[in-house]
Design a protein around this ligand. Sequence first.
Ligand SMILES: Nc1ncnc2c1ncn2[C@@H]1O[C@H](COP(=O)(O)OP(=O)(O)O)[C@@H](O)[C@H]1O
Ligand SMILES: [Mg+2]
Length: 348
Amino acid sequence: MKNYSATNLAFIFSLLIISLVILFIFIVDTLFNLEANWNYIFLFTGLSFIISFICLRILLFSYIYNRIKLIYKTIRKRKRGKGLDTVKFNRNKDLIKQVDEDVNLWAEEQSKEIKKLVEMANYRKEFIGNVAHELKTPIFNIQGYALTLLEGGLQDENINEKYLKKIEKNINRMIGIVNDLDSISKLESGQLSLKQKEFNPVNLCHEVIENLEDVIKEKKINIQVIKNYNENKNIIADKERISQVFSNLLINAINYNNENGNIKIEFFEMDKNLLVEVTDNGIGIPEEDLPRVFERFYRVDKSRSLNTGGTGLGLAIVKHIIEAHKQTINIRSSVNVGTTIAFTLKQA
Ligand SMILES: Nc1ncnc2c1ncn2[C@@H]1O[C@H](COP(=O)(O)OP(=O)(O)O)[C@@H](O)[C@H]1O
Ligand SMILES: [Mg+2]
């Protein structure tokens, strides 16, 4: 029997008691040769059975079951929060089993919650650690240059302008980091609302390239924009955010490229979307790092990124933006051959 309800338990116990009573009467009857009237005995035992069944059932309910019910109520209250609770349990079902099921369910929910909290706490710790680490370098640089200037460097015309420019460069780096942090925290907490409108992505791409002209010239990079369809096609998206996507991808394609390297930005039509591919023939990414490059703060080679001024947030931001638009992004790369990042945009 799997259902240990009060009724079933009372029935079993009563049956047991009555069997014992009959056995007892039978033994007494044969031992002392009383020649008892078995009709009365059966009537008596039948009545006793009913009485004992009723008594046992009431006892079980009022004594044990009420206590279990108390535990059950407490668990329910804890599970659902105070005030919400109206405990209903099935009297004909096994209450202990119900409690057991509820406790298990509750424990499972709790352990899930705890796991989530631990993950969040770890994420915060890691995030703050990374932020502090990123900001330390430019802050110490600025401190160093400022001290040198204060300790007489200001009068030295050979270095004063140079050091002020270095200070400015480090401040710009800090602004970049803070902007990236602002973007990633908004994107990750889902606070960002997209301001979608219609615009031409090819034109936007040219604008971004123009803004990066200095670095492109400095590194003698050759950039091509190729549109693989005839008419002009517009997309619907948040223009500022897509500009951030182009800019982050192009900066990577420049930074992780060799001098005189090539960058190609291709636009394809694909059903209701446009497919954009940013390809460079730079240093590439090892296969084992590829799945992780979209993680925040992840860099293939930390020392290399520090030289190029990256925070490790660029691709994480790009992926968040594309996914916020319900579009997809992926990366292919091989070391010393180059990297292609492909993403889709929704056609207007
Ligand atoms: N076009 C690329 N070519 C080679 N490596 C790249 C390219 N884009 C990204 N990476 C690698 O992926 C890492 C993560 O990129 P990203 O999130 O933009 O951070 P970072 O601030 O370091 O540029 C980079 O540190 C770099 O190692
Ligand atoms: Mg980057």
